[in-house]
Structure formats: structure tokens, C-alpha cells
Write a protein that binds this ligand. Structure first.
Ligand SMILES: Cc1cc2nc3c(=O)[nH]c(=O)nc-3n(C[C@H](O)[C@H](O)[C@H](O)COP(=O)(O)OP(=O)(O)OC[C@H]3O[C@@H](n4cnc5c(N)ncnc54)[C@H](O)[C@@H]3O)c2cc1C
Length: 455
């Protein structure tokens, strides 16, 4: 009998699982309450990176005088930028929907709720229905965390999702939260010319990242005039009608005034109101759905993937989890299936300079007492970086001193998000530093720094 596979949520986890499982022969129904592509396309990865790309073009122009050009500058056209964001989103949504249709996936628009371990009810735009399943995947994603001390109003006190389409560009903005999302928003708003203050609860932006990497970013922020409020926790954000702006109050008594404030303090999983009790699926205290290494929940035939599973909150990881679920449920695990190793996931931060890393970090190895070899090459020694008029940053490779196997690496600099792929491949395939050194790379190219760091 053909497996009836129901997927709740059409983000990267859901739609990758759907297309893979349909290709392998399952009968797939995907239920999505908003749009195919999920929050990743609607609010998160795509709009934020599109705005950052435009901001990046503006700051590139500002810096291009060092390239033999006359003074160059640009004004942002908010309507054109909005149209561009919507255009990219709709292009991607159509592409994904067409792919799902062509694979025979049944798409149901509506809100799903489990009513038993083998049934979901859909409150759909075209009416209600009950869908029975043999296997289900919960891929409902997450939403911005809103603390009890602050009430976003979508006008001046914003979550990351209120920032697009960009109605106005703030004159001044206070960003609360200095993790990946927070620093990307600092970079974005300051590229568009806003005066930005970042509330950093610790003593370093990007807590948990390599301090050397964080230092390069802090240096860039300070150069742009970003004010870093270190060691401060926001405790209240209020409207300030007199100044037509907001006031952010911190636990150490410091107060920041700005026209807008953006909350970037993490996310909460979309696991409430899903009827998980009726299905018997357990959630942890934070609302995430615990899964094993096969993405199986507490119920053998119900899987969870993506942000709701509480693993790495990345689109790329969500999509790979979805693919692994499809492979496993179609019985391919014995032949081609390899478990997902979250420690080998590459990730990037789209600031300027870009930051990317993968695998074992130097500080992590140091803390665990593991012997490693660390080699580092600055881009200032790379011809292409000088040609690009952007010699900021470096490539760092972490390897095993006994075998030469590449264990990890980090890159700070232009196109770091692309360049990290080489180290990610080496980490996944257990390649050695000599494999990178002996690759005949292009000259002049930024990738030459990788070969040098691998020497
Ligand atoms: C500002 C920002 C920028 C980001 N940038 C990046 C980036 O550059 N790269 C990267 O890898 N990651 C990025 N991320 C993280 C990334 O967006 C998430 O990890 C990714 O979206 C998770 O995918 P998902 O499939 O789990 O869920 P989502 O993309 O959240 O999709 C879940 C879907 O489930 C639907 N749904 C929920 N409940 C129901 C229900 N009951 N019935 C029917 N449908 C339901 C929702 O409508 C949604 O469409 C960013 C996150 C943020 C906040």
C-alpha cells in the first residue's frame, strides 16, 4: 500500500520533505496556512537578505571612491525596493508551488490541527476537511519571541517581521539582541544611513562565536558610528510621544532614545494550538518538539523538522531534515541515508564583512582540550581582495595535526558565505588540508586565501 504522508507547514522543511517523498513514490498532502515557502520566504531569509543586498550596494558605492571612481552615492527608492522584495518572494513562491504540483503533491491551504494519532483537521480557505495519514511531519516553524516587558505596535516598536516592506527607513533605531539576527539588522539599518544603537547583553556581540570573528564585526560597527551598549539588558520599551519615537530602558539604568526599536531576541516554536496532545506528541518546556537523530518525535510515525524541532534554526538545516525524513520513510535509509550531523552545518551572517563558519571552532577545541592545528591567512595578502578594494577579514582553518583532516573553519570577509562551501565540503567528506592545497584554483580569486590557509 502506498504511504499516505501528511506534512503540516510549507517552509523549507515541509516543502523539501514533500518534493523528496513524492519523487520517491509517497502520496503527499501538504497543509499550509499562509504561503508555500514559509516564514523563510515571507519574512525571514529572503526579505532580510534582499534588503541587505541593497544596503550592501549602497555601502559599496560609498567605498568605491578608492577604486578610481569619482564620488559615487545613491538614494534608496522605498517603492522600488518594496517591489523588488515582493518580486523575489513571488518568483520563489511560484517556483516552489510549481515544483510541488509537478511532483503530484496535494496542497491544502488552511490551518491544521491533530485530532488523533492518525488524523488532522484542516480549517481551510476552501472549507474544512479531515485528512488521514500513515506518517506525518510537523514542520510548523517558529515566530519572533516577544518578551512580557514590551508590546510591539508594528509602527515604532517592531519585531523583525514588521520591518518589511520598508514603509519608512528609521532615522535612528535601537536593536535589542546581538545574536545573528540582531547584528544583521544593525548592519541593514546602518547601511541605509540610520543612527543605530545595539543593546548587547554580554561583553561581545555574537555571544558564543569566535571572539576574533566578533571583534572584526564590532570594529566595523564602530567605524560606521554604531553605538554598542555592552553588558546591558533591555527591560522596557515605551513610546515617547513628545519626541515621536521610543525609549528603551536597560537594567543598569541606561536609557536610549530613537525613532524606532527592533526586537531580535530569538524565536518561539509554533507548536501551540496544533493538537499535539491528541496525537500524543511530546513537547519540551520551551515548546520545541524533541526528536531523535532520524527526526522521529515521541510518536514513532510522526516526525518533526525545522525550527519547531529546536535543532539549529536555519533554513538549510530545516530543508536537509525534511529530505532525511523523506529518505527514511521511503526506506532509502539503508542505502543512501546518512544521519544529519548538526555539528557540520555551515552558517553565515550577512553583515559587512560577511561571517561564515563550519565545524569545530578554535575556542571549542581549546575548551575540550582537543589538539588542533589552526592556520589563518588575512585577505590583505590576497590579490583579489586588494583588487576588490576590500582587504578586511581572514580565513581560518582548523585541522587535525596528526591526520591533516579538516575539522572546521571560519571566514570573515567579502563572499564568506560562498567561500565557506569549500571548507564545509572538506568537513563533510573528511578531506585533508592537502586536498585543498592541491586543488587547482582560479587566480586571482578570494578562494586563493583558502588554499594558503590550508598550507
Ligand atoms: C530575520 C531572519 C532571517 C533569517 N535568515 C536566514 C538565512 O539567511 N539563512 C538561513 O538558513 N536561515 C535564516 N533564518 C532562519 C530561517 O528563516 C528558519 O530557520 C526557517 O524558516 C525554518 O524553516 P521551517 O520549515 O522550520 O519553518 P518556516 O519557514 O517558519 O515555515 C513554517 C510554515 O508552517 C506554517 N504553519 C505553522 N503552523 C501551521 C498550522 N497549524 N497549519 C498549517 N500551516 C502552519 C507557517 O505558516 C509557515 O509557513 C532567518 C530567520 C530570521 C528570523
Amino acid at each position: 500500500m502506498t504511504t499516505r504522508f501528511v506534512i503540516v507547514g510549507g517552509g523549507p522543511a515541509g516543502n523539501t520533505a514533500a518534493t523528496s517523498a513524492a519523487r520517491f513514490g509517497a502520496v503527499v498532502t501538504m497543509i499550509e496556512r499562509d504561503v508555500v515557502g514559509g516564514a523563510a520566504h515571507l519574512w525571514d531569509c529572503i526579505p532580510s537578505k534582499t534588503m541587505i543586498a541593497t544596503g550592501g550596494a549602497m555601502s559599496f558605492l560609498r567605498r568605491s571612491t578608492g577604486m578610481g571612481l569619482e564620488q559615487a552615492s545613491a538614494e534608496v527608492d522605498t517603492d522600488a525596493l518594496t517591489a523588488r522584495i515582493e518580486g523575489i518572494k513571488s518568483h520563489l513562491q511560484h517556483g516552489t508551488t510549481n515544483l510541488l504540483n509537478s511532483q503530484g503533491v496535494r496542497l491544502v491551504r488552511g490551518r491544521a490541527r491533530f485530532v488523533s494519532p492518525h488524523e488532522v483537521d484542516v480549517d481551510g480557505v476552501d472549507g474544512s476537511e479531515r485528512v488521514e495519514f500513515d506518517i506525518a511531519l510537523i514542520a510548523t516553524g517558529s515566530r519572533p519571541r516577544i518578551p512580557e516587558w514590551c508590546q510591539p505596535d508594528g509602527d515604532r516598536i517592531l519585531t523583525t517581521r514588521d520591518c518589511y516592506p520598508p514603509k519608512v527607513f528609521p532615522d535612528s533605531v535601537t536593536v535589542i539582541g546581538s545574536g545573528v539576527t540582531g547584528v544583521e539588522f544593525v548592519h541593514m539599518f546602518s547601511s541605509f544611513g540610520a543612527q543605530v544603537t545595539l543593546v548587547v547583553s554580554r561583553q561581545q556581540v555574537l555571544p558564543g562565536k569566535d571572539p576574533e570573528v566578533a571583534a572584526v564585526l564590532e570594529e566595523d560597527f564602530l567605524r560606521r558610528g554604531v553605538q554598542l551598549l555592552k553588558g546591558a539588558r533591555a527591560t522596557a520599551i515605551e513610546r515617547d510621544p513628545e519626541a515621536d519615537g521610543v525609549v528603551v530602558r536597560c537594567d543598569d539604568g541606561r536609557v536610549v532614545h530613537s525613532t524606532h526599536a527592533v526586537l531580535a531576541i530569538g524565536s518561539v516554536p509554533n507548536s501551540d494550538d496544533l493538537g499535539l496532545d491528541a496525537a500524543g506528541v511530546a513537547v519540551d518546556e520551551g515548546g520545541h518538539i524533541p526528536i531523535d537523530h532520524n527526526c522521529v518525535t515521541s510518536v514513532e510515525h510522526i516526525y518533526a523538522a525545522g525550527d519547531v524541532s529546536g535543532k539549529l534554526p536555519l533554513s538549510s538545516v530545516a530543508a536537509m531534515q525534511g529530505r532525511k525524513v523523506a529518505e527514511r520513510l521511503m526506506g532509502l535509509h539503508s542505502r543512501v541515508h546518512r544521519h544529519l550531523d548538526y555539528d557540520k552545518a555551515a552558517s553565515a551572517i550577512f553583515t559587512e564583512p560577511e561571517i561564515a563558519d563550519v565545524g569545530l571552532a578554535e575556542a571549542e577545541a581549546f575548551a575540550s582540550g582537543r589538539k588542533i592545528r589552526v592556520t589563518k591567512v588575512p585577505f590583505s595578502a590576497t590579490p583579489k581582495a586588494l583588487i576588490n578594494n576590500d582587504p578586511r577579514g581572514f580565513v581560518k582553518i582548523v585541522s587535525d595535526p596528526a591526520t591533516g583532516v579538516v575539522l572546521g573553519g571560519s571566514i570573515v570577509g567579502r563572499h564568506a558565505a560562498e567561500l565557506i562551501s569549500v571548507i564545509a565540503l572538506a568537513v563533510t567528506a573528511n578531506l585533508k588540508v592537502t586536498d585543498i592545497v592541491e586543488s587547482l584554483l582560479v587566480h586571482p580569486a578570494l578562494s586563493e586565501a583558502l588554499a594558503e590557509a590550508a598550507e
